[in-house]
Design a protein around this ligand. Structure first.
Ligand code: C2E
Ligand code: CA
Ligand code: CA
Length: 692
């Protein structure tokens, strides 16, 4: 018949064995708390081994000499106490966001352990086994019990004290384990039998492992690298420890194209291959590092260990859908060669499973040194995102380093974001109108509404070409679009534009607005509010948005069109014209972009003319009206009109002008009879003082 202790122990060992093997097999995040947890697992493994040896030595007193038996007991006690002490540090580090304690604090916390170590090494121990249990007593056993109890209470106190920073399930696991441990200690203290503490500690560790220290929590299944959460934790820890880091991100610039080509799963595979390339390149220690490792080179033991640990300290993380980031503590001069190698490696096509895929990717390099004075890691993460979305690979280079210029650009970007937020709350936008000349009637029957920011103090004039993309990226475009639309409708109603003969006003829609399910309701409500007939509104959608967006856009267009709104395809000639798609989407106007028109008026314009003329012919056959943008001279106006473009917009007629100027412009234009385009009287636009 086995002892009760032995039976319990066997179950625990089996259980622990399974989890420990699983743990060893998985990739581990080199986070301080994780390292301590690893240490706890190893100590527990040693403790369990010595628990077996100890029981053996007690049961077979005749075969084991007393010093050996005493040694087994001592190791058993010490490792168990160490597990509890490590757990205490673990809780402290978890609660203090991976911050390490220093000097005196460490000494204070380790003093009880030191005392009990002396008692365990020198104290007395009596033990015997009866049929069912093992009994132990003496100063060694008492010291052990008291120390465990002491640290258990400290752990409970810390868990309570740091309750805001330790997740609830983590706290419950730790507290549950401590209650078990204290209960078993109390039982043992009075009973002197039933050595439960080892079982209790092991169970608690297993529980922690299962609930939140499972390494899989930090691994991104899709790519096999560490995930974003792991990245944040790691960054926090290094930042707390005030360590300069380098973040090297490989950013895939054309993820959407790759996804469309090879599907979602294979895209993950592409990221995985990139991660492997990064790991492969950075794990080869360069000649300089190898030199550092030679024994005669004088570097501190800490530095030497750091270099040797290079592989351990550096890991690849999947930080954004299209970004793999490598984090290292190595100074830049140590890894320059590898960066060059990586830059070349990512230019090469990726081959796997019979696929060969050219991937457009660039590398962003960020030094955390720059953020010394910043409070949190958010700033770093923000910069990563900024660089990932604003840099691209080019012929010259695919390597981008964080420098003063990037910082300044990012600063401007953030400032504009703030200005936009304020403008949305404080009515900081105005609308200007650019009259559109209808050559068939010789009148300015329509206009394009263009938004302006009134704040020109903070960073000077900001073009909508700069702030619209920011509003899109920062989730403000729906509100901004609503403001623009409301201002246009309010102005049209207040000045009775339809009664003045204006047929319609063109309002720009951003690609994001177009596919927003609320768009039709939002626009309808405003038109109703100002009693504007939907036929008075022409919505401009860029060619790129038309090509890229799917069913939602069609649905929105259908609803708005059924009410009477018309549509323009804006910036025609700048996107990747998908001609078959063009035939599917119904629109009333096509606006030729300046880039199609201007080259016709340069030297060597043969090809440009041929292109423009055939585009005009094709569009005429599709029965859509054509508007030419960027008409700057009489020559352009004549040429376009002669080729059948009847609607003309550009500085030749008028720059975009404010409400009052626009009304003046209309009044004066109305009074003038113009028979030909070149006969257009410039005195009108000069009357507004705004014409070129
Ligand atoms: P867009 O829709 O292509 O607007 C035409 C742009 O060309 C305007 O620039 C206009 O001022 C400029 N332009 C017009 N005629 C000429 C010319 O003869 N020569 C030259 N060089 N330029 C001319 P703006 O107002 O700076 O707007 C830039 C872009 O910002 C617009 O391009 C449009 O994409 C966007 N945008 C402007 N207002 C809004 C808006 O309310 N909502 C949205 N979503 N986008 C807007
Ligand atoms: Ca436009
Ligand atoms: Ca345009």
């Amino acid at each position: 018949m086995l002892l009760l202790d032995t039976r319990l122990l066997i179950v625990t060992i089996l259980f622990f064995g399974v989890i420990f093997t699983d743990y060893l097999r998985n990739k581990k995040l080199p986070l301080l708390s994780n390292k301590i947890f690893s240490l706890m697992l190893y100590l527990t493994a040693v403790n369990l081994i010595f628990n077996v040896l100890k029981i053996y030595s007690i049961v077979h007193v005749d075969q084991v000499t007393p010093p050996v038996s005493r040694f087994c007991n001592q190791v058993f006690y010490i490792t168990l106490i160490l597990v509890v002490v490590a757990l205490y540090w673990y809780v402290e580090i978890l609660g203090n966001q991976q911050k390490r304690a220093k000097g005196k604090k460490i000494l204070k916390r380790m003093l009880p352990f030191g005392l009990s170590l002396i008692l365990i090494l020198t104290g007395s121990l009596d033990f015997y086994a009866d049929d069912n249990q093992i009994y132990a007593s003496g100063s060694m056993a008492t010291a052990f019990e008291l120390t465990v109890l002491f640290y258990a209470l400290l752990i409970i106190r810390s868990t309570y004290k740091l309750k805001d920073t330790i997740a609830k399930e983590n706290r419950l696991a730790i507290l549950g384990g401590m209650v078990l441990l204290i209960a078993s200690s109390v039982v043992q203290f009075f009973n002197l039998g039933l050595l439960l503490s080892s079982v209790a500690v092991t169970l608690m560790i297993l529980f922690i492992y299962l609930s939140f220290e499972n390494p899989k929590e930090y691994v991104d299944e899709a790519t096999g690298s560490f995930n974003k959460r792991a990245f944040h934790l790691m960054l926090d820890e290094k930042k707390e420890a005030d360590k300069p880091l380098i973040l090297i991100s490989v950013v895939i610039d054309d993820l959407n194209r790759i996804q469309a080509m090879v599907g979602h799963d294979n895209t993950n595979h592409v990221l995985e291959v990139i991660g492997a390339k990064m790991n492969g390149i950075f794990l080869t220690i360069n000649p300089f590092l190898e030199k550092c490792m030679e024994p005669h080179v004088k570097i501190s033991r800490r530095q030497r260990r750091k270099i040797a640990d290079h592989g351990f300290l550096s890991s690849v993380y999947h930080t954004r859908s299209n970004v793999m980031t490598y984090l290292t503590e190595m100074p830049l001069c140590y890894i320059e060669d590898q960066l060059q190698a990586l830059s070349e490696a990512i230019r090469e096509p990726i081959t796997y499973d019979g696929f060969t895929l050219a991937v457009k990717a660039h590398i962003d390099v960020i030094f955390t040194e720059v953020y010394r004075n910043q409070e949190s890691c958010d700033e770093i993460y923000d910069m990563m995102n900024y660089m990932a979305t604003h840099n691209e690979t080019s012929q010259e280079t695919n390597l981008h380093f964080l420098d003063e210029q990037v910082m300044a650009r990012k600063q401007r970007y953030s400032t504009i974001e703030t200005i936009l937020r304020e403008a949305i709350c404080d009515d900081g936008f105005t609308i200007v109108y650019q009259p559109i000349f209808h050559a068939d009637t010789n009148r300015f029957l329509s206009a394009e509404a263009l938004v302006r920011l009134t704040d020109t103090q903070t960073v000077g004039f900001i073009s909508p070409e700069e702030f619209i993309p920011i509003a899109e990226k920062k989730g403000m475009i729906m509100e901004l679009g609503e403001i623009v639309f409301e201002k246009v409708c309010a102005f049209a109603r207040a000045q009775n534009l339809p009664e003045r003969g204006i047929k319609y006003i063109e309002v720009n829609l951003s690609g994001i607005q177009c596919v927003h399910p609320d768009l039709p309701n939002q626009l309808t409500a405003i038109m109703n509010k100002y009693d504007i007939a939907p036929g008075f509104i022409n919505l401009e959608i860029t060619e790129t948005a038309l090509v890229e967006s799917g069913e939602m856009l069609q649905e929105n267009m259908k609803r708005l069109r059924s009410m009477g709104c018309s549509f323009s395809m804006d910036d025609f000639g700048t996107g990747y014209s998908n001609l078959s798609r063009m035939a599917e989407v119904v629109y009333d106007l096509v606006k030729l972009d300046k880039s199609l028109i201007w080259p016709c008026f340069c030297e060597d314009n043969h090809k440009a003319n041929a292109i423009l003329e055939s585009v005009i012919r094709m569009l005429s056959q599709l029965n859509v009206n054509i508007v030419a943008e960027g008409v700057e001279t009489a020559e352009m106006a004549d040429y376009l009109n002669n080729h059948g473009v009847t609607y003309l917009q550009g500085y030749y007629y008028s720059k975009p002008i404010g409400e009052t100027d626009y009304l003046t412009f209309l009044n004066e234009a109305d009074g003038l009879a113009r028979k030909t385009i070149s006969g257009f009287d410039h005195s009108i636009s000069s009357a507004t003082g705004l014409a070129p």
